[in-house]
Design a binder for this molecule. Structure first.
Ligand SMILES: [Zn+2]
Ligand SMILES: [Zn+2]
Length: 318
């Protein structure tokens, strides 16, 4: 099959082996995939992953142990879990001790003609959600995870730091629950999208951090973003950390102690809620698509997705 493979460097492989049957009982033909910050981090060495990249996808089931899935259009949860370890048994299967993760950890990903996943990972996509929107289910679910982890009732000062792909999804999810969210970012065109959505925004350059925010959600993907979050959050406030940056820099964590700040790491989230939001059109993802490219152009597409200011780049697999 055709695939975009990372093995120390990134290359397009026209004759890559099909995914091994050990990777799951369901074979899926990928229709479209999205490039995300994690893919860019992996090409810089994050997770030490080698194999087919990509974890945001929509595809069509070719064969499965679950006959009801065959020929259905699906999206897939990316954590492949054992179901037996202590974390799986206690309902924390996203943290399974034996997990593999599609396109991130020991499991070939979605920038390819075919992938395999267990049937239990898959969700059928309703007709009202087209392929462009379906590719956003995984990152949108990660945005919904913020609502699962913190109580926003009565929090008046809530900031999303970072106007990238994930920040703009988180901002919409918070707005939809009437949270008075504001976005701080570096890109005037992205902040203009926020204004279009009725979400307040401010350029980073105008911000004078004053330790006055109840909640800061760091979607910057950089260590300096976390420093900014520590300077903005009020004593006993909460920082939700959505960034996984491969290239660290020394961080002074003393402000966390002095201001008694809660820091919450946040990763994958509920697919069902993301699918429902896309079906109801309560979240706009079309405005986030910058460019569509073909799988064959994958190396160029990853490079393009890493340019400053670029939001979502989609890979079409035909
Ligand atoms: Zn992602
Ligand atoms: Zn497990």
């Amino acid at each position: 099959m055709r695939a975009l493979v990372f093995n120390q460097s990134l290359s397009y492989q026209p004759r890559h082996p099909d995914p091994a049957s050990s990777l799951g009982d369901t074979l899926i033909r990928v229709r479209q995939a999205g490039i995300c910050a994690t893919d860019l981090e992996i090409t810089k060495g994050y997770m030490g992953f080698t194999g087919v990249l990509g974890h945001e996808f929509v595809g069509e089931v070719v064969s499965s142990s679950d006959k009801d899935l065959v020929s259905q259009r699906v999206v897939g949860e990316i954590n492949v879990v054992c179901g037996r370890c202590d974390l799986c048994q206690s309902g924390l299967s996203n943290h399974c001790r034996n997990r593999s993760v599609l396109g991130i950890l020991k499991h070939d990903g979605a920038f390819a003609e075919f992938i395999r996943l267990p049937a239990m990972n898959l969700h059928v996509v309703p007709k009202s959600v087209d392929d462009d929107a379906a590719v956003f289910v995984e990152p949108l679910a990660a945005a919904f995870q913020v609502l699962k982890q913190i109580k926003l009732d009565g929090r008046k000062w809530v900031t999303v730091l970072g106007d990238g792909r994930l920040g703009l999804l988180v901002a919409q999810v918070l707005r939809n629950v009437d949270c008075p969210v504001r976005v701080i970012g570096k890109h005037p065109d992205k902040l203009a999208i926020c204004e279009k959505w009725g979400i307040r925004s401010r350029p980073l350059a105008d911000i004078n951090p004053r330790h006055d925010q109840d909640v800061v959600i760091d979607c910057t993907g950089s260590a300096s973003g976390f420093e900014m979050a520590m300077a903005m959050v009020r004593p006993r406030g909460t920082i939700v950390l959505k960034s996984t940056a491969a290239q660290g820099k020394p961080l002074n964590l003393a402000p966390l102690v002095i201001d008694e700040i809660n820091v919450i790491g946040s990763r994958c989230g509920p697919f069902r809620e993301a699918l429902r939001a896309l079906a109801e059109k309560s979240v706009d993802v079309v405005s986030l698509i910058n460019r569509r490219m073909r799988l064959e152009q994958g190396v160029e597409a990853i490079e393009y997705a890493g340019r400053p200011g670029v939001l979502k780049v989609l890979l079409t697999i035909d």
